[in-house]
Design a protein around this ligand. Structure first.
Ligand code: PMP
Length: 458
């Protein structure tokens, strides 16, 4: 029988032997000592149960220790762990075929990595080698990883170091229709903004045009004539679940391609059915990228990343030998195959759409009730609740208040996440197996925590 270390022992070891940043990122003042997980639930070392609405940052896609995925992992572990793909093994081929079948033409060639950062590193290399160009454009507020190459693509102060990353990386304004200077989402044409349908309101269209103009300016004034590529998350994740106005990405892709660049969709958070309406976030934007990067939910928390691209782009990389010891590991591939099967068999994309819409609908009611909830947005089970000092100033709610609400939710058995460029957005990205009852519980707890915060303010 496995016996967990005590909380005090863990803290002692953390202080002495662990990366100090993990101390800062322990999230809670009163630490959470997690012992076990099952589906949408986590248990701490004292046996207390929590509803996990963050799933290790949108990573546990089908549920903690999902029995089907566990069985697939255990079977493969008993058969073969590793070959570095110098020999042929079935799991990688089974997975490549299965994943490719879920993407539109001409996205049919798969590369496997161990993380999202690695996938984005490789995508950047591909874009540059394929186009023969160097400059790359990303959004401010975007997160694409922490390796030096990917850090250059990331544009969030908290994740940057003063070192020479990002040579040739340029940013354009994130088309944020809540916090951005041109607004767009404050119009309330529909009583419940479950999905950002305000995208087609006149205000939003104006905002979209202004953001397209910003991108044009970067292309005209900041970069060389021809560019290598454009990276964008279909919905910005760590940046605070930011949804772009309808039509923006389509125009951006056109402009980028006009300049010789390829378009890269970072589906690390938005992929695998989380947005409910589709398996991939890019679909809602009516675009087909040249390269798609994936990680997190791909293997339900087992370390894995992937790139899907076209034969033409992949061919460009054959002039060198791209090598990755663990990428395409048989255990990872078996797990990832089982995740795809489980999403389908358990109807998880449909569940994301259904429970996600219920959550958004109920959270929007809290937004209308409380002055400190500025915006509720998202799609499926990728939801952001942007907190403000008040609805008139719309200034970000200070960190101290965010933390009080956050801690209160945890004490009542609900785990959520934080994000946004000012740390002002609560993020909800649960395992996709959560139920309507879980959503009701979550909204009740969250509403109570906000109510208490309003009382503390008096
Ligand atoms: N892209 C996005 C959109 C992400 O959210 C993340 C991780 N938070 C990454 C890339 C990097 O993935 P990893 O941490 O697996 O390197």
């Amino acid at each position: 029988e496995y016996k967990s270390l005590s909380g005090e022992r863990m803290l002692e070891i953390r202080k002495r032997n662990c990366n100090p940043i993990t101390m800062r990122n322990t999230y809670y003042k009163k630490h959470l000592h997690v012992h076990q997980g099952y589906m949408q639930w986590l248990w701490d070392i004292n046996g207390r149960r929590y509803l996990d609405l963050f799933s290790g940052v949108a990573t546990v896609s089908v549920g903690h220790c999902h029995p089907k995925v566990n069985a697939a992992a255990q079977k493969q572990m008993g058969r073969l762990w590793h070959t570095t793909n110098i020999y042929m093994h079935s799991p990688i081929h089974e997975y490549a075929e299965k994943l490719a079948s879920l993407l539109p033409d001409p996205l049919k060639v798969i590369y496997l990595t161990n993380s999202g950062s690695e996938a984005n590193d490789l995508a950047m290399l591909m874009a540059r080698v394929y186009t023969g160009n160097f400059d790359v454009i990303t959004f401010r507020g975007g997160y694409h990883g922490a390796s030096p190459y990917a850090m250059g693509l990331t544009s969030m102060a908290a994740y940057k170091y003063p070192i020479a990353t990002g040579i040739g990386c340029h940013t354009t304004m994130c088309p944020d229709v809540f916090r951005g200077p041109w607004g767009g989402s404050r119009c309330r044409d529909s009583p419940v903004q479950t999905i950002r349908e305000c995208n087609c309101s006149p205000d939003c269209c104006h905002a979209k045009d202004m953001y397209v103009q910003q991108l044009k300016e970067v292309l005209d004034t900041s970069v060389s004539q021809q560019i290598a590529g454009f990276f964008a998350e279909p919905i910005q994740g760590i940046g605070g679940v930011v949804q772009y106005p309808k039509g923006f990405l389509k125009e951006a892709y056109r402009l980028v391609r006009e300049r010789g660049g390829v378009c890269i969709a970072d589906e690390v958070q938005t992929g695998f059915g989380r947005t409910g309406s589709d398996l991939w976030g890019f679909k809602a934007h009516d675009v087909v990228p040249d390269i798609v990067t994936m990680a997190k939910g791909i293997a339900n928390g087992f370390p894995m990343g992937a790139i899907v691209t076209t034969q033409e782009v992949a061919n460009a990389l054959t002039r060198g030998s791209h090598f990755n010891t663990f990428g395409g590991n048989p255990v990872a591939c078996s797990i990832a195959s089982s995740v795809l099967n489980t999403i389908e068999e358990d109807g998880l994309q449909q569940n994301s759409a259904h429970v996600g819409t219920c959550l958004l609908t109920e959270l929007a009611k809290l937004r209308d009730k409380f002055d400190i909830i500025g915006d509720v947005r998202g799609k499926g089970l990728l939801i952001g609740v942007e907190m403000v000092k008040d609805k008139v100033s719309c200034e970000p709610l200070p960190g101290v208040e965010m933390n009080e609400i956050f801690e209160d939710c945890k004490d009542m058995g609900l785990l959520i996440g934080k994000g946004g460029v000012y740390g002002q957005t609560f993020r909800i990205k649960p395992p996709m197996c959560i139920t309507k009852d879980d959503a009701d519980f979550a909204v009740a707890v969250f509403g109570l925590a906000i109510q208490r915060q309003m009382e503390r303010r008096l």
